[in-house]
Design a protein around this ligand. Structure first.
Ligand code: NBP
Length: 472
């Protein structure tokens, strides 16, 4: 066989499916996995395909055409460094290493410098879409030097998802920009998922069965909420447990896991002083869900109203739709604000329209309304907040009344809606010309002489008051 066009290390779920995707576009692919039996079984399971299974890294590297293009698809963290360490003595200067896992962007920045100093070319690329995306076409967010992107472009564009003929991949920016944007994508995904769960909880309290919810979500997926997460949620509600015949969703324990990208997003938002309260609420909702034993104990101690909602079903479907959509807009507005802030801080030259455009297909947060987000940033690249794009302003103004009613109804019934509430709190704070921070500044000046500005004096002029002494 001739030398391969592409090589991939790490044949777990994502790696295997990406390899099959790359191969299906006409490229010959060499594969290597630390545990050799995995490689052997994978190659044996796909006879007739242009795959070269390597038993050693040396064999793997030798099988690649120059400049070599090696994608690493192993567990994020130490394993990525371990693979790079063992590749370095085998590769030639100018070869390209791509880390396609969910690496923390700061690790990517470190590797970018490390490998660049050694004369290699490095791309940290976020890959979204899970197993199916990897196989049929993911959304890919590559960072690193633009010149390296130019070399990888033909392969990445051919394997990515397409929307209206446009590939769901673009060069995001230098260094860790690709993995950074993938991290925020995952944060937005956390927000979307939690918002859907809160809608579900409200519907449950109103007596909707899983079968009815399957219909509601299917109809939503035919409308403006059309998205991958709404679509799979509809399927989840329809799924029966083969053992008991009951709706499977009712048998799944209510404790959620997380791998870290949501937490990383929160830390980065705090560091950049950007509010991402919807995503924050979503991460915290997962944490609270994992405290099952404490919640069960507290449920018989701490009091609240009966979780029953008595609103006519069709009316509730409309209201929850509006609350969900409005909150979802906020979640994206916050995530994009964080990307814009960090992009400016790092001088990455990010293009929010292009980022929104490559999220329209292949990835977990793909949604019809990403077309409108793309359009909003194409129209005004300097948009300070997505809520202020006329299309989204109109939607929010139209939704806000039902949004409030849903949150009020849920709160009065004792049903937690932390992400809905956080979203509305952000919306109301952002649109408030006056906030109670005047009192806060007075408090700060009282105990710490931090000074304050006055409403009747020019900005920047600072004042201090000799407040009365408080004893005790
Ligand atoms: P995993 O994250 O489960 O990693 C398993 C792979 O890593 C196996 O090939 C394993 O080899 C290899 N590996 C490990 Br663990 N330690 C290694 C080491 N020290 N040296 C060499 N290889 C090592 O796989 P995945 O779920 O396919 O995900 C791959 C990457 O893609 C991760 O960063 C993940 O976060 C990201 N991602 C996953 C998804 C998803 O839906 N699963 C979606 C998007 C992104 P072995 O066979 O020898 O143990």
């Amino acid at each position: 066989m001739s030398n391969s066009d592409f090589g991939l290390i790490g044949l777990a779920v994502m790696g295997q499916n990406l390899v099959l995707n790359v191969e299906s576009r006409g490229f010959q692919v060499s594969v290597y996995n630390r545990t050799t039996t995995v490689t052997d079984e994978f190659v044996a399971a796909h006879p007739g395909k242009k795959l070269v299974g390597a038993k050693s890294l040396e064999e793997f590297v030798q099988s690649l055409a120059s400049p070599r293009k090696v994608m690493i698809m192993v567990k994020a963290g130490g394993p990525v460094d371990a693979v790079i360490e063992s590749l370095i003595p085998l590769l030639d200067k100018g070869d390209i290493i791509i880390d396609g896992g969910n690496s923390l962007y700061t690790d990517t920045e470190r590797r970018d410098k490390w490998l660049g100093d050694l004369g290699f070319r490095f791309i940290g690329a976020g890959v979204s879409g899970g197993e199916e995306g990897a196989r049929k076409g993911p959304s890919i967010m590559p960072g690193g030097p633009a010149s390296t992107w130019d070399v990888m472009k033909p392969i990445f564009e051919s394997i990515s998802a397409k929307v209206d003929g446009e590939p769901c991949v673009t060069h995001i920016g230098p260094g860790g920009a690709g993995h950074y944007v993938k991290m925020i994508h995952n944060g937005i995904e956390y927000g979307d998922m939690q918002l859907i769960c809160e809608a579900y909880n409200i519907f449950k309290a109103a007596g909707f069965t899983p079968a009815e919810l399957g219909e509601v979500f299917t109809s939503w997926n035919d409308g403006d909420l059309e998205s991958y997460l709404i679509q799979i949620t509809a399927e989840i509600f329809k799924q029966k447990d083969p053992e008991t015949g009951a709706a499977l969703v009712d048998l799944i324990l209510d404790t959620a896991g997380q791998k870290g990208t949501g937490k990383w997003t929160l830390i980065n938002a705090v560091e950049n002083a950007v509010v991402i309260s919807t995503i924050n609420a979503a991460v915290e909702a997962r944490i609270l869900s994992s405290m099952k034993d404490q919640r069960v104990a507290a449920s018989t101690i701490l009091q609240g109203p009966k979780a029953i909602i008595s609103v006519e079903k069709q009316e509730l479907v409309k209201k929850v739709h509006d609350a969900l959509f409005a909150s979802k807009i906020i979640s994206y507005a916050q995530g994009l604000d964080l990307i814009a802030t960090m992009g400016a801080e790092k001088s990455w030259g990010l293009d929010l329209a292009k980022i929104a455009a490559i999220w329209r297909g292949g990835c977990i947060i793909r949604a019809r309304f990403l077309n409108d987000i793309t359009e909003a940033y194409r129209t005004d690249a300097t948009l300070s907040n997505l809520m202020l794009a006329p299309f989204f302003t109109n939607l929010l103004n139209g939704f806000q009344e039902n949004w409030r009613q849903v949150i009020a109804t849920a709160t009065l019934a004792g049903i937690p809606v932390p992400a809905f509430s956080a979203s509305l709190g952000y919306y109301d704070s952002y649109r408030s010309a006056v906030l109670p921070a005047n009192l806060l500044q007075a408090q700060r000046d009282f105990f710490g002489a931090h000074t304050y500005e006055r409403t009747d004096k020019p900005r920047g002029e600072m004042f201090h008051t000799d407040w009365p002494e408080v004893i005790g």
